[in-house]
Write a protein of this length. Sequence first.
Length: 282
Amino acid sequence: MIQREVPLYMKKNYLTVSEISKMTNLPIRTLHYYDQIDLFKPAYVDPQTNYRYYSDSQIYQLDLIKSLKYIGTPLESIKYAQSLTPAQLLEFLTEQEQIVEQKVQRMLEVQQALLKTKELLTEQINIPVYNEVYETNVTTQRLIAIRTENLNVLNIPDQYFSSLTKTVEREGTIISKYGGIYELKDYETIDQIYYDYLFTPLLTERYVELVNEDENILVMSEGKYASIAFLFENDETYFNAYKKLFNAVKQPQSPVYEVYMPMNFSPTEMIEYIVELKVKII
């Protein structure tokens, strides 16, 4: 009677690629790719069928690969880590931990920016009345502002917004809305209103490095504000709203915070803006 040799994978209880795929939640094509780039090789390949087989002891290798891949470590760096001694690997993993901490901090800042953006949108949605003065409570808000000279409220060159945009983008945050600051006075015409600053709210508490000498970090303080909101249509609608606010407050030299808020975000539609003017009263 002729005895056939028992296949190697049966002797050593190897796992098939399908089995290890299920155990590790890695697609089969990923395991094939890791084999091709010498990142994770099968313990045995059947010469007749080319089927891949893996041993239980290889799972710890995949654990390291999966952990590093999950935190965004490049595959080349993972291959490098596989060649390290335990002491060297400890140092490598410490570096990866620092990278993870930076990413966690960045995600917390992103979360903070999203929450602040939601608050700003909620304030816009909950404007109680248009074209009439109302009171609202404002929390402390940091602003990144650029000082202006001889800049009328009806004539804002793109260069100012470009400067703010570059600073905000460099810091990795987002722009929620733009605004301006000018002095509350009994102006006779809108042509007499000139900005002291243009600004955009900062949505995180992180330190901001300013490189433009005209840029400043200002604080819109917490308190009760008299406000008026209106759909911007023309010079007349703006000035009429301003006069209503001035007559209601009459606190000369107080700063007026002007904010433009978009009504839509469609790339195919003309953007309409709600303008809100605020003056602190308490």
